[in-house]
Write a protein that binds this ligand. Structure first.
Ligand code: ZN
Length: 262
């Protein structure tokens, strides 16, 4: 009996098995990687905590493909507009250049003769208009008719320009309470908070806004930005850097039937 043959045959067989399994695994990974590329992003919805997004009807192959390719998703939100003086248009132009869309949470007292054309323009360009209250007050300190005015009358005013009532509501300063949340729900809206903060409500240097936007944004984040000059100045750089990190910018679903006018 050939002793060398007895010793080396199982070794050769197991080595061959190992190579075949590795090749198969690599092939499977490549197929997964290719399967998700170039496809539309999955559909997202606001998660239970109202601070991030989750996938609607998630498919595990898609999750695996996104993970292997380093694909990530984030929602861009701009508070306190419309600003006017060309700032909103600058933001819209940058979004357009990046094929990105955002949610604009408007303060209704900022809608005047000069800024009102922007309300419908946001939506015409594929963005979503949300309610950020009438006067940007601390709503958790209000009750009854005052609270209702801040929320409901702002929705009616937005509907006057867009033709439909907003579906998303964000309380000013993120200050909410069970009454605020309930009042928003009574007006047919869902409250949306955030879990990534560009800190542009108080920082004014574009570099600082860029730093915090990149530092805080993670997969499925809702990023808080503001409709203001410094943010507009650094937005192109912010989106370019996030895209390099694999981010795509998505909008969560909203029912199309939310069209009843005031
Ligand atoms: Zn605000």
């Amino acid at each position: 009996m050939d002793i060398q043959k007895i010793i080396t045959t199982p070794l050769r067989v197991s080595l061959r098995n190992l190579v075949s399994s590795t090749m198969l695994a690599l092939l499977f990974a490549c197929l997964l990687l290719i399967s998700g590329s170039g496809k539309q992003p999955p559909r997202f919805m606001l998660d239970q905590a109202q601070e991030a997004i989750s996938v609607v009807d998630g498919q595990s192959w898609r999750t695996a493909s996104d993970w292997l390719a380093g694909r990530k998703y984030a929602v861009l939100t701009f508070d306190d507009g419309p600003y006017g003086h060309g700032v909103d248009d600058k933001i819209l132009a940058v979004l357009h250049r990046h094929h990105a869309h955002a949610i604009f949470f408007l303060v209704c007292s900022h809608i005047n003769d000069a800024t009102s054309p922007l309300v419908s323009k946001f939506e015409r360009e594929g963005n979503v208009v949300g309610n950020h209250s009438y006067d940007h007050l601390q709503l958790n300190r209000l009750q009854g008719p005052e609270l209702r005015h801040q929320i409901e009358d702002c929705s009616s005013r937005i509907a006057h320009f867009t033709g439909h009532r907003p579906y998303y509501f964000r309380p000013p300063f993120g200050m909410t309470s069970s009454s605020v949340k309930l009042a928003a729900e009574s007006s047919g809206m869902r409250q949306m908070l955030w879990n990534a903060n560009s800190e542009d409500s108080w920082l004014t240097k574009p570099g600082q806004i860029l730093y915090w936007s990149l530092e805080q944004t993670a997969d499925r984040s809702i990023l808080l930005l503001h409709d203001k000059p410094a943010t507009a100045d650094v937005l192109d750089q912010t989106l370019t850097n996030l895209e390099r990190r694999g981010f795509q910018f998505v909008l969560p679903t909203q029912p199309s039937s939310n069209s009843a006018l005031d």
